[in-house]
Structures are given as structure tokens and as C-alpha cells.
Design a binder for this molecule. Sequence first.
Ligand SMILES: Nc1ncnc2c1ncn2[C@@H]1O[C@H](COP(=O)(O)OP(=O)(O)OP(=O)(O)O)[C@@H](O)[C@H]1O
Ligand SMILES: [Mg+2]
Length: 255
Amino acid sequence: MIEYRDIHKAYDAPVLSGVSLRVDPGECISIVGPSGTGKSVLLKTTNGLLRPDQGDVFIEGESVFGSGRRTLERIRRKVGYVFQYAALFDSMSVYENVCHGLPEEEARRRSPEVLRRVCEALEDVNLEPAQILNDLPAKLSGGMRKRVGLARAIVGRPRIVLYDEPVTGLDPVNSAVVSLLITEIQERLKVTSVVVTHDIEQALGISQRISLLDRGKLRFVGTPGEFRESQDPVVRAFANRQAAADMAVKIMEEP
Ligand SMILES: Nc1ncnc2c1ncn2[C@@H]1O[C@H](COP(=O)(O)OP(=O)(O)OP(=O)(O)O)[C@@H](O)[C@H]1O
Ligand SMILES: [Mg+2]
């Protein structure tokens, strides 16, 4: 479904130095790794939001960076994107925000059909359209804003959904809700999902495979079981550091 082929990207320093990965149709794969390792950069190459210095991405066999504008537009329609920090437009209503997930000419039409699709997408993420359609994002809780971001990503009925840190900043209950939604969306809408997260527990819970990005390369790719059993010191160090960080948060949250 998706193939990342030898992706290189450098800014002041190298960020990605030869990342290759194939994602199967219907699969949910997580990309984990410490902050600043290039997870968001890699995700943005998927639909051509960011051009790598070298390498290419293929969506159902079609080149993202070797194709013309028309083909790229068609490829982009297959891909929904849930941005880090929800990234809603503050001055626009929930309805207008979700509309932004539709191809431009459709979104502009404002037909009953568009309204129906927006409502359906909101229902898909367990939001009640009638209650929030005209609200501004500021009126919503953090968890609801994330769900509106999800609705915007799926309103165009994509084949692939990319999630950048979907649970970061949410409390445990809302994290669990969003994790469940990702699994539901994957199964019900039959999409392929790529989830970038530094929450290893979420990654282990929702994905068929996990990959660990470390110093520009994929250090590990395998099932959650293989991740837990991996003896690779880098994998263990990441898993343990994450466990320690989670413990620290729990202690701080205790009354
Ligand atoms: N537009 C840019 N200009 C310059 N440097 C950039 C740009 N985008 C990303 N970088 C650099 O690339 C590196 C990887 O960034 P990226 O946002 O992909 O990290 P990340 O793994 O998603 O981190 P986080 O977990 O904090 O979201 C960082 O060092 C960052 O400073
Ligand atoms: Mg990021």
C-alpha cells in the first residue's frame, strides 16, 4: 500500500539517512522514537507534503515525487492526515474545519451532500454533529478537538490515514478513546494506518507492527510481541526510558 524507498533528508544535520519500509494494505503500523528523530518528517513525505533529498514514496505503486501534479493530487485524495497538535483553524467552525478534509471543489459547494458527509465523519468519531457543528474549536475539550481532527482526516474516505502524535497531551481516558477510534476506523473503513507516536504503550496496543526510528534509520521493525522480546539494546533502552517517563508522570499526577 505504501512503500518508503531509501528516504534521505537533512536540514542542518542529517535527519533521515536511508529509511525503507513497506506497509501492507489494511495494516496499522506505528513509528516510534525519541523526540526530534524525524518521525514527523518521514510522515510528511508520505503524501508529498515534504520532499526528501533522496528516495521516493510509492502509494499503491505510484510514485509520489516522480509524478506530475495531477497524479499527485489523485494520490493525495487517498491519504487522510491527522496533524500533530490537532491543528484546527481557530476562527472556523467545526463544520468548516471538517470540510477542509474534502477536495477543494467539493468543499466549496456546501451542498446537502457535503453536510451529510461532514456529519457522517463526525459520527464516525463518536461526536454528535448537531451539538458541535457550529462551534469554534476553542469551545471544545482537547479530546474533542483531536476527534474533530480525525473527522477531517477521514471525511474524504481515504484509503490511508496518517496520524502524527494522536494522543500526545491527552489524559489517559481520552488517550484510550482515541486509540480505540484509530482501531475502529481501521477496521470499519478498511484503511491502512501509519501512527507516529512516542507513546510506546499506545503503539503496542493498536498496531500490527512497530518500527523504531533511531539516528536516521529504522532500527527495528516487527510485531508488538517481537518488540517486547527484542534483545536489541537500543530497543530496550527506548522501551525502558519510556516506561520510566510514564512512571514519573503517574507519580506527579497522584493526589
Ligand atoms: N522545516 C524544518 N527546518 C529545519 N529543521 C527542521 C524542519 N523540520 C524538522 N526539522 C528538524 O528535523 C528533526 C526532526 O524533526 P521531526 O519534527 O520530524 O521530529 P519528531 O521525531 O517528529 O519529534 P517530536 O517527537 O518532537 O514530534 C529535528 O531536529 C528538527 O529540528
Ligand atoms: Mg513530530
